[in-house]
Design a protein around this ligand. Structure first.
Ligand SMILES: NC(=O)c1ccc[n+]([C@@H]2O[C@H](COP(=O)([O-])OP(=O)(O)OC[C@H]3O[C@@H](n4cnc5c(N)ncnc54)[C@H](OP(=O)(O)O)[C@@H]3O)[C@@H](O)[C@H]2O)c1
Length: 349
């Protein structure tokens, strides 16, 4: 059945490949491609069609997320767009180099600081703001515009594991207010190394906690029980924008190493390296094979309910650590609702 598909991070290294394949295979669907800067989406990347709509959205602004959601909802209500069959949450940022403005000798000076937190115009730490808060808001604002059997796809990452052995500083759950209320320049330089990676990993943990909670809350909801949530780890990929803050040399080195996933995964299967084209194909499969979202998650969330989580090659896997803790996930949900000022009727509480 034709519908609308909304995708964040549509111009991303992996996601653009999925978008292209989906657009070619499903000309009957309307695609709303949310991109920070539509000029970054090369025209040849996506087939020309009046059903493909580019919508500018900078997810560092919660007001912008509200406006875009309201505009999509209004078009669906007016009947100019069909209901949303799929919402893909794929945008993400990993901030390792922050530029901060400081006042010095009565003048504003911009300094570049490694691993210091960057703050959005709303005043929240950027990684958590974009990856978690903006998506949380988008999902809840768009829920009333979804098809009764719609699906929500959350792109996660195994960096959410608090035993993820490739990061020195692991994902660390803390109350939301503590994670988002940071001041640039506040981290002692000697402790700052790898804090950007830790913030990214933590944001992915929050996204998976949200995904499991969303699945639980939708399942028992009187109106939305037919909407499914599914989560996907695309694996460690080269050739995307995820390392944009790194030196060109380091990016080239990672891209080269990650072009040989079989060798590296054979050396250590926990690398979970995947070619971006392969991960893009799995994301496409999840969008098309809607049964994948209906599968029961693996333990330990099977008993409490939750969303199925897939590996880069599309095998069902488990999420780890705090992502499976209902109490902490409920607290995250309540804190997110409060911080974003989400209306009671949309909060699923
Ligand atoms: N690459 C990996 O190794 C890896 C591993 C595990 C999971 N993932 C996940 O895979 C997904 C796709 O990432 P990717 O590797 O393809 O990276 P990517 O090329 O950097 O894609 C990320 C996308 O997010 C968008 N984005 C970032 N900040 C935004 C903002 N403020 N407003 C709107 N859009 C914003 C980017 O837009 P701009 O181009 O405008 O910045 C880009 O389209 C992400 O969820 C990522 O966490 C990646």
């Amino acid at each position: 059945m034709p519908g609308t598909v909304v995708i964040t991070g549509s111009n991303g290294g992996m996601t653009i490949l999925t978008v292209r394949q989906y657009a070619l295979a499903h000309p009957e669907d309307h695609l709303i491609l949310l991109v920070r800067d539509p000029s970054k989406l090369p025209a040849e990347a996506v087939p020309a069609s009046d059903k493909i709509i580019y919508e500018a959205l900078d997810m560092t602004s919660l007001e912008a997320v509200r406006k875009v959601s309201a505009s999509i909802a209004a078009r669906i209500k007016a009947g100019s767009l069909p209901r949303i069959k799929t919402l893909v949450c794929s945008a993400a940022i990993q901030v390792r180099i922050g530029v901060q403005s400081i006042r010095q000798d009565h003048a504003d000076v911009q300094i570049t600081s490694i691993e210091q937190p960057k703050v959005t115009p709303d005043g929240y730490e950027e990684t958590i703001a974009v990856n978690h808060l903006a998506h949380f808001l988008l999902i809840l604002e768009l829920l009333p515009s979804m098809a009764p059997d719609g699906q929500i796809i959350i792109v996660g990452s195994d960096t959410h594991r608090n035993d993820y052995k490739f990061f020195v500083k692991k994902a660390a759950y803390a109350p939301l207010e503590q994670l988002v209320n940071v001041s640039p320049g506040s981290e002692p330089i000697e402790n700052a190394k790898d804090n950007g990676l830790q913030r990214y990993a933590t944001s992915k943990m929050l996204q998976l906690m949200t995904g499991h909670m969303l699945a639980r809350r939708l399942k028992s909801h009187p109106t939305y029980s037919g909407i499914n949530t599914v989560m996907f780890d695309p694996g460690a990929m080269g050739g995307t924008g995820m390392l944009r803050d790194q030196s060109r040399f380091r990016q080239a080195l990672v891209d080269l190493a990650f072009s040989f996933p079989r060798v590296l995964n054979w050396i250590d299967p926990e690398f979970q390296i995947s070619l971006k084209a392969d991960s893009a194909a799995t994301l496409l499969r999840i969008m098309e094979d809607r049964e994948m979202a209906k599968v029961e998650p693996l333990e330990p969330v099977r008993e409490t309910g939750g969303a199925p989580y897939y590996t880069p090659s599309g095998n069902l896997t488990q999420s780890y650590g705090e992502t499976n803790e209902v109490e902490k996930s409920s607290a995250l949900w309540a804190d997110s609702v409060r911080l974003l000022g989400i209306r009671k009727n949309l909060s699923l509480e």
